[in-house]
Design a protein around this ligand. Structure first.
Ligand SMILES: *[C@@H]1O[C@H](CO)[C@@H](O)[C@H](O)[C@H]1NC(C)=O
Ligand SMILES: *[C@@H]1O[C@H](CO)[C@@H](O)[C@H](O)[C@H]1NC(C)=O
Length: 352
């Protein structure tokens, strides 16, 4: 081994440690080669988990496929919510999945942590309700007749189990640091806010029983909102996120708004410590910082999806492309719909 080689290894190790970040478990979404997570040995081989998460994995192997589905759900929802923004939540095939973009304590990091904590709670709760787990099933604490006169029954979503699992699995890194650093406080707060986005939007779903659809007997159960709703809620919290700083309060540390004129954030709001970069240019030193060259933009919009803001003032190119659409659809008795194929030219604008 040459000295240069040793030096390079040391450097790589340092880089790996520095970029170690609390959302590395999201890498589970990329482990399609592992197959189903069935046994404790698989837990040892999962990249992206810290030691304590490996222990949780071993204790709760049956839940891990749900955790992995949660990771995928978080990434998909992030990409949907950010599809028209300069940073569009694109992932890398390496760790951390969002590159270095979420290693600062930015608003974007706040969103990623909140949506990830929510997605694990959501996916695990789903798995409980669907009966695929031995450790949990439907929530049977909700039973009897409600004040409104309907019968609680069916399968209420066991959100308490999902939330508790998310707290132990997703928050484990921050909790082990004794909540000392401001970044740990930020992550924990946003994780909790993400889970609240489910908890505060639980709904009651009902089904009617009776002769030919009459509603003589109504049975109801508690259900989680669709995950798209959870994503919308957290995106709204992203738009109104509060910039905070750490303050000492007695023996503990808390996060307070940097601008004391602002009203304090609630448990459901997102908080961040660092201003975001502008995300305009590709930066080879910051993996995941792709810039906006080549991104599609909207020529008439004045918002962030508009060409002016999206292209950071560099201007845009316009292309005409032909799209094929269904049109002049006619309903035929009974029962099908027949359409023509229409070709039309649309303009597509992309950033220079
Ligand atoms: C995000 O934007 C990049 C270009 O900056 C593009 O290559 C990529 O396909 C986009 N990803 C998503 C998920 O839209
Ligand atoms: C572009 O932006 C305008 C104004 O916000 C909006 O009405 C229109 O639907 C957008 N077009 C597309 C293709 O998104």
């Amino acid at each position: 081994m040459t000295e240069e080689y040793v030096l390079r290894c040391v450097l790589m190790l340092c880089c790996a440690l520095l970029s170690a970040n609390a959302s590395n478990w999201l890498y589970l979404a990329k482990l399609s080669s592992v197959g189903s997570i069935r046994d404790e040995e698989t837990c040892e081989r999962l990249r992206g988990l810290i030691q304590r998460q490996v222990q949780i994995c071993k204790r709760s192997v049956e839940v891990m496929d749900a955790v992995r589905r949660g990771a995928q759900l978080a990434i998909d929802e992030c990409q949907f919510q950010f599809r028209n923004r300069r940073w569009n939540c694109s992932t890398l095939e390496s760790m951390p999945v969002f590159g270095k973009v979420v290693t600062q304590g930015t608003r974007e990091a706040a969103f990623v942590y909140a949506i990830s904590a929510a997605s694990v709670a959501f996916a695990v709760t789903r798995a409980c309700s669907s009966g695929e787990l031995e450790k949990c099933g439907c929530d049977h604490n909700v039973h009897g007749v409600s004040p409104e006169g309907f019968q609680w029954s069916g399968c209420s979503d066991n959100i308490a189990y999902g939330v508790a699992f998310s707290q132990s699995f997703v928050d484990v890194r921050e909790r082990s640091k004794g909540q000392s650093s401001s970044r740990a406080l930020m992550n924990l707060h946003n994780n909790e806010a993400g889970r609240k986005a489910i908890l505060s939007h639980m709904r009651v779903e009902c089904k009617c029983h009776g002769v030919s659809g009459s509603c003589e007997v109504k049975t109801c159960w508690k259900a989680m909102p669709p995950f798209r709703k959870v994503g919308n809620v957290i995106k709204e919290k992203f738009d109104g996120a509060t910039e905070v700083e750490q303050r000492k309060m007695g023996t503990s540390k808390v996060l307070v708004p940097r601008n004391s004129q602002f009203k304090p954030h609630t448990d459901e709001d997102l908080v961040y410590l660092d201003p975001s970069p502008d995300f305009c240019e590709y930066d080879p030193r910051t993996p995941g910082m792709l810039g906006t060259v080549g991104r599609q933009c909207n020529r008439t919009s004045k918002a962030i999806d508009g060409c002016e803001l999206m292209c950071c003032g560099r201007g845009f190119q316009t292309q005409e492309v032909e799209v094929v659409d269904r049109c002049s659809c006619k309903f035929h008795w009974c029962c099908y719909v027949k359409c023509k194929q229409c070709r039309k030219i649309v303009e597509i604008h992309t950033c220079r």
